[in-house]
Ligand binder design. Structure first.
Ligand code: PLP
Length: 408
């Protein structure tokens, strides 16, 4: 038997044995971690496409544009130059310097590059910060709805997400009074996102300042996920670092920089947390991808900026078209959809069950969208998320299909 066959043989025996084997108790505990419903939508949409159906994809949370050419060229050069090894756990100095420069240029804040750690996506940053900031039995205030991983990361620390329901009337962001009402003696911090997924809503300067000073008064940490910065359609989008130097920030090359598959993001932490965060990074993943880091450097070149700004303009046009069309059909939306590439729409005029509604739209009308139940509990059956991460032609087709389905 060759080694390869021996291995296969061994594996097949292992597979045969597994049904009778004792499973670790932890697996049972992890059943509370929900899968993304959007993945089910995507799989079903793909299955329908295999059968020849044309599906309009408005479920996907990633830009449809390929990574900009200068970034791809930089990756090729990095490979040729042999940048194929581990890097420092916190990332290469060039990229951390470029990010520090970005904070100065874009927000006018000086952030010491030592406080910036490059991570495997915002996902890597969020899980690192959960381990850094959240202890067993702690409570963390988050909005409902919110990006689903956030509550899962908190639960994985044997801590409790403390849900703060947010509605259209308050631009889907929490007030200090609400945070005060939801906090208790176990609360250790507040985790927010601006612009948010699934609502696209933005925390303005005043709201950020109020929340930040409340956190300081209560000795709670404040974490803001700024992954959709750059993809905003309001004039003023402050980073929390402009207001509160002690806040924790999560960001990523996935969305504005269009690099989802490269798995690269970053976090900014206060001075006192740098050493521990770096040790966690070493242990969790040794270093972020070297090639992706060298490629991301090109994200700050003028040629790339022009491409990315053009794309932002495309997203803005799509947002304008989609919002106007959805309102016309009878969906109820926020007064202004401010950022990201999502519209969180109230479907009360058509259905009381967002999962059933999404199922019907996909199966019978070929439009893939995500039910509100992916993002929390509050009015989750009353809302769906549309992503405008597809071409104008497809958006127009999707809108036409919705119109026919709902006004037949
Ligand atoms: C609010 C938010 N945070 C974090 C992430 C994770 O992004 P990534 O790991 O690709 O950087 C996402 C992805 O959709 C998101 O919407």
């Amino acid at each position: 038997m060759t080694t390869q066959f021996k291995w296969l043989f061994l594996q097949s025996n292992i597979v045969n044995l597994t049904p009778d084997m004792h499973q670790p108790a932890k697996l049972k505990e992890l059943e509370k971690i929900n899968p993304f419903r959007v993945m089910t939508v995507m799989h079903r949409a793909a299955a329908l496409e295999v059968k020849g159906r044309k599906i309009v994809h408005m479920e996907v949370g990633e830009p449809d544009f390929n990574t900009a050419t200068p970034i791809i060229e930089a990756a090729k050069n990095a490979l040729d130059a042999g940048f194929t090894h581990y890097t420092a756990a916190a990332g290469i100095d060039e990229l951390r310097n470029a990010l520090a420069g970005h904070y100065l240029e874009r927000y006018g804040v000086t952030v010491d590059k030592e406080r910036i750690l490059v991570t495997p996506g915002a996902s890597g940053g969020l899980s690192l910060l959960a381990n850094l900031l959240v202890g067993e039995g702690d409570g963390v205030l988050i909005t409902d709805p919110a990006y689903p991983c956030v509550r899962n990361f908190i639960q994985l620390m044997n801590a409790s997400p403390q849900l703060v329901p947010v509605d259209r009337s308050q631009n889907f962001q929490p007030t200090v009074q609400q945070l005060e009402g939801a906090a208790d003696s176990s609360t250790c911090g507040v985790w927010l996102a601006s612009p948010s997924n699934p609502t696209g809503s933005v925390l303005d300067r005043e709201a950020l300042a109020d929340i930040s000073s409340w956190c300081t008064d209560k000795s709670l940490h404040l974490l803001v996920d700024e992954i959709y910065h750059g993809l905003h359609y309001v004039d003023d989008l402050p980073s929390v670092l402009e207001i509160d130097d002690s806040a924790f920030v999560v960001n990523s090359f996935s969305k504005y920089f269009g690099m989802t598959g490269w798995r690269l993001g970053w976090i900014v932490v206060p001075d006192y947390a740098v050493d521990t965060a770096s040790i966690l990074a070493q242990n969790f993943y040794i270093s972020p991808s070297s090639i992706a880091q060298h490629a991301a450097l090109a994200g700050f070149m003028e040629a790339t900026r022009l491409i990315l700004e053009q794309r932002r303009q495309n997203f803005r046009e799509r947002r304008d078209f989609l919002c106007a069309s959805l309102r016309e059909i009878g969906f109820v939306l926020a007064e202004e959809v401010q950022g990201a590439f999502y519209v969180y729409a109230d479907i009360s005029a058509f259905s009381e069950n967002s999962e059933q509604f999404c199922h019907d739209m996909l199966e019978n009308h070929g439009v893939a969208i995500t039910p509100g139940t992916d993002f929390g509990d509050f009015k989750a059956r009353q809302f769906v998320r549309f992503a405008y991460t597809t071409s104008m032609d497809d958006l127009a087709l999707g809108v036409e299909r919705l119109r026919r389905a709902l006004h037949a």
